[in-house]
Every structure is written in C-alpha cells, then in structure tokens.
Design a protein around this ligand. Structure first.
Ligand SMILES: Cc1cc2nc3c(=O)[nH]c(=O)nc-3n(C[C@H](O)[C@H](O)[C@H](O)COP(=O)(O)OP(=O)(O)OC[C@H]3O[C@@H](n4cnc5c(N)ncnc54)[C@H](O)[C@@H]3O)c2cc1C
Length: 494
C-alpha cells in the first residue's frame, strides 16, 4: 500500500475488494458453520483509519494494510500500468526466451492467437513470470530450499446460500479445523464467492485421490443437499525455495521467479513488489545516467538475504500451523465440558500463532539491508525483527521510520523521488553534500524537518534517505569527503 500510495493509486486499491463494512477479521472455526474458537480483529475498510482496537489497529505509516484479492487488485494495476508513459502491454503473447550481448537483450515471443513471432530489443530483461520462470533457467539460477512443505487443494466456488448459514459474525478468513479435515475459507466478494483451501493430510500425497467435493462439504459443515458451483480449481504445493542468483549481466528475476514460499503473512506478492521497487530505482539510476552499471549489483546483495530470511519465517509459521491442524483433539466438537475446554485451548493457541502473521509490521518494516555496497554503515547494528515485532531504527540499511510533519504530511509523502537529506537541525551545513550530489548528477533534495514527536530512532542531525526509503547514511556532521559518500551511494566507489 505504501508503494501504491507513492504511485498515486492507493485510494483506488483501498476502494476495491470486500464491501465497506464486511469484517476483515480472521477466525478459527471447527467448520464454516461450526463452533468459533478464536477471532483476530482486523478493521473493516470503513473503519480502517479509526478503529485501533485490534492487534492490527496500529501501523507505522499513513497507509495501513488492505486485504484485497488479486481478482480485484490486478485490473487496477493493469489500468495504471497501461496509463503510464513508456509502458506498452502486450497480452496473449508467450515469452519464449532471450539472448543477451554486450549492448542489450533480444527477447523472443509468440502471439498466441495469430502464431506470429515477435522480437523485442531492450537494454535489460526482468523475468517476473512466476515459479516456472524461463529467465531464471536462462540465467543459470537454481532454486534452493525445501521442495514440499504442504499440499493444498484450492477451489473457487459460488455459494449464494453460504453467507446465511455461516457462523456469525462474518469474517474475511476462516481457518477450519475439525477431526476429519483442516482448511481455510476466504470471503472474496463478501456475498457469494469464496476461496476454499483444503490442506491435504500428511498421508495424502496425491491430489486426485482426495475427494474435492466431500472435503469442501466437510470443511463447510454442510450436507449433500447444499448447492455450490465450482468456478475454478488449483492444486498447489507449498515450498520454501529461493534462487541462488537473481541476475546474469542484463537479465534479472523478481517475485515468484526468484522465490517461492508458503503464503503466510500475506507476503508472496508483497515481496515481489518490494523486489520490483528495489530493482526499478537501481535501473533508473543507471539508465538516467547518474550511476554506473555497478549499482545494479546491489539488487541481489540486498534482496536475496531478505527473501531467504522471509522464506524461513514463513516456513517456521507453516510448521506451527501444520502441528496445530494435525493434532486436533477428537472431542473438539463435543458439546461437553471437555469439548469446551479443548475449544478454548485450541483457540488460544491458534490466536498466539496467527496473530503474528496478521499483524506483521516486522516483516514489512523491520527488515534491513546489512551487506549492501551502496549503504554507508556505521558501528550500530540494526535491531532484530520477527514477523510481528518491529523496532523503528535509523541504522543505515533500515527502512526510514515514519512520523508526522507539523504541516500534516506523513514523512514519506514529503520525500523526493530521488534521495532526500533529512536535516533535523537547520544549523547543520549541508552545502558540500548538496553540491557533491549535483556535480555527480545525483537527485538529492533537502528536507528540513519541522515536526513534533520525532521518534527516538532519530538521534542524528542528518539522515539520508534513498529513493526506496531505506537509510543510506546518517551522521551529526556533514561528511569530510562529500564526493566519496556520493560515489558510494551511487555505486561508483572504487
Ligand atoms: C493460496 C495462495 C495464497 C496466497 N496469498 C497471498 C497473500 O495473501 N499475499 C501475498 O502477497 N501473496 C500471496 N500469495 C502469493 C502470491 O500469489 C504470489 O507471490 C504472487 O502472485 C507472485 O507474483 P508474480 O508476479 O511474481 O508471479 P505470478 O503471479 O505467478 O505471475 C506470473 C505471470 O507471468 C505469466 N507467465 C509465465 N510464463 C510466461 C511466459 N512464458 N510468457 C508470458 N507470460 C508468462 C503467468 O501467466 C502469470 O500471469 C498466495 C499464493 C497462494 C498460492
């Protein structure tokens, strides 16, 4: 949402998805129509900026999270991409491969309707073509990690009667655990369409041998008379795989082409967008002429360790979730004191586990780049983070901590498109730094900070923010060799 805000269409994204007042809560139920065991409160769209009561009611920027299915998100992305100068979208066309030489890449593709082949000559190619990426194979990258963590049968259904039969109050996502099966139900339009995931049991290695319809009815808690239409199905294996390289000269990979993990904490597509954000400003720096090609080496050095870390967070979470759903007590649905006690215990355990992934500021704001060639590190270590825990910090490599300026703007809204030098003391002389940047053609704007309640994380008079809002450098005094600092951050240090 931060990035969409920057691109100017966060409001359009926030306006799409579930109805305004449809609860975004996450619940654990025995079945969709069964007992509710726990509830993680997440504000609905209408209350997103006013309801701070739940664990997700706080967010360290002006743009809180928004739950939206890709069905609604992708048209907005496509419309805005099509309206962006310099972008040409070619649909119904299969990318077949590419060759690269010293001056550029030549990509080959085929029109799926006419069969006609076309070639595209470009300076760079970025493979964002998902888990089966051709570009990944072409650059000689291998996926490394864990091949199988879980198998899931996913079904997209239309069931107009379900909304009236489901346990109230409504929820955006329902984990469903009973002694027969475990799954997850997601409200898509808040009326009649649903996505239902059936987690295969450890001994069910073959998707086809598991009765999809019977599983759906077991998870929903409905009989054979219940009517629904299967709109689509996709069976998938949850993995933890990260490519061992993200680049070969003029070819890069981003998103699922570079890493695949179990989709916990809503951090598959989010990580892909963060990759693209990172690579795009580095490429722009080089193509605009103010950074040598060496700056591009920062992409893999920054993003690869982060995706490796996130993949492990997601896998640890998956292991907890698998343990939880494969140890469901047989009396979980008994209407007895033992059943009551089991439901309370399973619910409390599930809350503790899942609140981390549904209030995941750590994953979104706590990560830092600690081995980048274009960041000027000092002696302080960045604070550790978890999926949930985030400690704001201005240690170089961290994400710039948010605060409000006195004029009402959020800090990120006041940053320039290039580098921004945050000056917390107007007496600090930054003229040398500004002119060194100007001499090298590096876009650097000065922002004199006028704010109440500056976070404790800011303890220096000067903090340099990169185009992607990570800290590049900080100090109390301007650097002695301003040109050397500018060369370091633009990848030109020898
Ligand atoms: C059940 C489930 C739930 C998930 N939930 C979340 C979530 O809540 N939040 C989140 O952030 N992520 C989630 N994810 C992960 C998310 O869906 C992926 O990380 C994301 O879609 C990856 O985006 P991508 O653009 O890298 O790849 P993809 O979405 O795979 O897109 C690649 C595109 O490239 C096209 N393509 C491939 N090969 C070619 C070719 N040769 N020529 C032309 N086109 C080609 C494909 O058709 C596709 O359109 C979930 C995933 C699953 C399976």
């Amino acid at each position: 949402m931060e990035i969409f805000r920057r691109l100017g269409f966060a409001d359009a994204v926030r306006a799409a998805g579930l109805p305004d007042d449809y609860p975004n809560d996450v619940v654990l139920r025995t079945r969709a129509t069964g007992y509710e065991l726990t509830r993680i409160h997440i504000p609905c769209r209408r209350d997103r900026f006013t309801d701070t009561s739940g664990p997700d009611g706080w967010w360290p920027t002006p743009e809180p999270p928004h739950r939206i299915n890709q069905i609604f998100l992708e048209p907005i992305l496509a419309t805005n991409a099509a309206a962006t100068r310099g972008i040409r979208i070619v649909s119904r066309t299969e990318f077949l491969g590419f060759e690269q030489d010293a001056d550029g890449v030549t990509a080959r593709a085929q029109d799926l309707d006419s069969g006609e082949e076309l070639t595209v000559r470009a300076a760079y190619v970025i493979g964002c073509e998902g888990g089966r990426s051709l570009v990944r194979r072409a650059i000689g990258a291998n996926l490394r990690g864990d091949e199988v963590i879980q198998r899931v049968q996913s079904s997209y259904i239309r069931a107009p009667d379900l909304i009236d039969r489901i346990t109230k109050p409504d929820a955006w996502m329902s984990y469903l655990y009973n002694p027969q099966r475990a799954g997850n139900l997601v409200a898509i339009d808040g009326r009649e369409t649903w996505l239902i995931h059936n987690y295969l049991l450890p001994h069910e290695a073959d998707f086809e041998s598991v009765d999809r319809d019977a599983s759906i009815r077991t998870l929903l808690g409905v009989g054979p008379e219940f009517e629904y239409a299967l709109l689509g199905k996709e069976d998938w294996i949850g993995r933890r795989l990260v490519a061992d390289r993200f680049r070969d000269r003029r070819a890069f990979i981003c998103g699922d082409a570079a890493h695949i993990w179990v989709p916990y904490a809503g951090y598959g597509m989010n990580a892909g967008i963060a990759d693209a954000m990172n690579l795009s400003w580095l490429l722009a720096a080089h193509l605009q002429g103010w950074a040598p090609e060496t700056i591009l080496g920062a992409h893999e050095l920054e993003r690869q360790p982060i995706t490796e870390q996130v993949s492990r967070f997601a896998m640890r979470h998956a292991e907890g979730a698998i343990r939880e759903r494969t140890t469901v007590p047989l009396h979980l649905e008994h209407d007895t004191p033992e059943g009551d006690a089991a439901r309370r215990r399973v619910g409390a355990d599930a809350y503790r586990l899942h609140v981390q992934q549904f209030a995941c500021a750590g994953l979104n704001y706590g990560y830092f780049y600690d081995r980048s060639p274009i960041i000027a590190y000092d002696t302080e270590q960045a604070p550790s983070y978890s999926m949930h825990d985030y400690t704001p910090s201005s240690v170089p490599g961290c994400r710039l901590p948010h605060f409000w300026l006195r004029d009402g703007r959020g800090l990120y809204d006041a940053l320039a498109a290039g580098y921004t030098l945050l000056r917390f003391d107007p007496t600090a002389d930054v003229s040398g730094l500004l002119s060194a940047a100007a001499n090298a053609g590096v876009p650097l704007a000065l922002l004199d900070i006028d704010a109440d309640g500056i976070p404790d994380a800011y303890r220096h008079r000067l903090v340099l923010s990169r185009p992607d809002q990570h800290v590049a450098w900080r100090a109390d005094e301007p650097p002695k060799h301003a040109g050397a600092l500018i060369d370091l951050i633009r990848g030109a240090a020898s």
